[in-house]
Design a protein around this ligand. Sequence first.
Ligand SMILES: [Zn+2]
Length: 671
Amino acid sequence: MTGMNKNDHEHRGFMLDVCRHFMPLDEIKKLLQAAAVLKLNRMHWHLTDDQGWRIEIRKYPLLTEKGAVRGDSFFGVTPEAERNSGYYTQEEIRDLVAYAKDLGIEIIQEIEIPGHAAAMLAAYPQFGCRRGKTGVWEEKVEISGGIFPALVCAGKRETLDFLEDILDEVTELFPFPAVHIGGDEALKFRWRRCPDCQKRIREKGLQSEDDLQRDLLMEVGEYLAGKGRKTIVWNDVLAGGLLPAYFIVQQWMGGRQETRAFMQNGGTVIRSDTDSFYLDYCYGRIDVRRIWETPRVPEYARGLEDRILGVECPLWTERIASLERAAWQLFPRLTAVSVKMSGEELPWENFREKVKTLEAELETKTGLKGAPEELWDMDPETAEADRKAETQTIFSGKAEAYEQMERKIVSLDAAERLAESLGIDRSFVQRGGDIIWTEIHGQEVPEDDDGAAILIRQLMIASDSRKYGAWKDIPEEIWMETMKCFPRFISEHRRSYGWDGFDRYGWTTRQIGAKLFRIGELEYELAEDEEGRKEIGLHIPSDAKLEAERMNASLKEADAFIRERFPGWAGVPKTCESWLLSPALKDLLPEGSRILRFQEAFELEETYPEDDAALEWVFYVAEGQRKELNISRLPEDTSLQRKMKAMLMEGRKPGAAKGVLVNSEFIIHNS
Ligand SMILES: [Zn+2]
């Protein structure tokens, strides 16, 4: 394999966030001097975010009058009242761009679109989404770290004019041939509810809100292309589909398949992978040795090395409020990255020596002091302690409350997306989402009379579990098949009540806890009784197709899945407790019917004459509705329904039975 040599790295840089904490110009100049010592040639200047708008735009003075001012903030242990406000005038920016140029460094600005827009919209809320029929969402400059739902409205022409006006001034200030317009971490909560955004989706035949983001950024990109500029975006934008090759993608996290496809399609990429190049992370996560170990070509770029423009190391400043702290985080890791980028394959000791020499030069020339040598190659225990300390910092004091709020908002957005991919009716989902939204913000919560909020709460737990918890490594197909219980329960509710609702709390919590899986036609639950005896509960969902081939395929797949993921459960007996095993079925169905044959696969152990789960199976009556049911009003379209109804009217019970699966397969003879 040919490694990249120095000439391949046309982009060698670092990113400086001046939104979370403001940095005076003379300090930025110091960092530029250091970058020049390391022969870096790019500084990506992150100028706008939820916590501050830092660039003077003459046409829209409120951007800095309101958007650059923030009160006490809560990012963890960082002093709360320091460097929260401030912005750079156009004159200062011109001066800095020229200063950098003399050092051989180009400055690339970043204006975040469409998300991380709270400060922008705090100044000009009219360019945000509509709330209800007449209002717009009120925004404020955020005072903690995190991801917030403020998005520019993608459905209004005025918003695009506004963005273009801003970019007109921006391109005047920054001569670099590419313009960064962000595109990361945009929660689509507002867009899903905005009539203007939804109108644009309909009119342009877009697939989703992700597609809308891509469409909006494409439009901005075209505008910039008209000025002869390329457009840089974070890799999140590719979630909406491919981008033309005049875009440059900055890869930081996730979406590697999409990034690869973009590269295969002629696109170019800047590497900023969180696991190697995020220099605001603690040394316990990324030390110098880790940078040395980082593969020269990441997995997603194999065979496409020439599509990599270079490497850029972000420095996000939630917990960085001084030049000293910034230097400590940046050096010697940025130094190590520059050595790494030089393309020379060095043994660790030589690499370390080279970093040390460069560090000494850097300190002499700039006075900036990096982290001490004992942090360069940390032993696992020290690293672990360092990571713990970092987490405690993030979750300290008031910051924790904000962190939790943000997590809930992110999780709510994920739940709404999951509901959408499951095909659950959007207005029902949004009603639930609105209730949770209100709850998160500590406002009075409207009544949840149809279970919409319960549904969302469960989907939130489910999507969290998929991301961080028990469901994390379960194959996608099993995950989706299992989650389809949600739309099934809603449609069963609709069939029995005539309107959408959700009343299956107990069942779904078992499923979202990754104890209950749907595999093909059947569901399997890993259950243990009080004495620790294991049992695999086999459930027959109401939409199962009782065909031998399908059920046996499910069994086979389930056995393989359990052997692989839950080896302790392999060979544990499968028991089924179901109305479909009930001896009463004999009276209801013709001799030799398929369901009765299916029953023969089980050795029946017990019968429960009082069980009424049959109502769901035969009449689609939801659990919560069974108690106060008027049996005479039940529909009777099939002979099974007719017979069962007659039986119930006589006061007899269909009952359920419990059986152990005796054969490893179901045999169903067609009668
Ligand atoms: Zn909108």
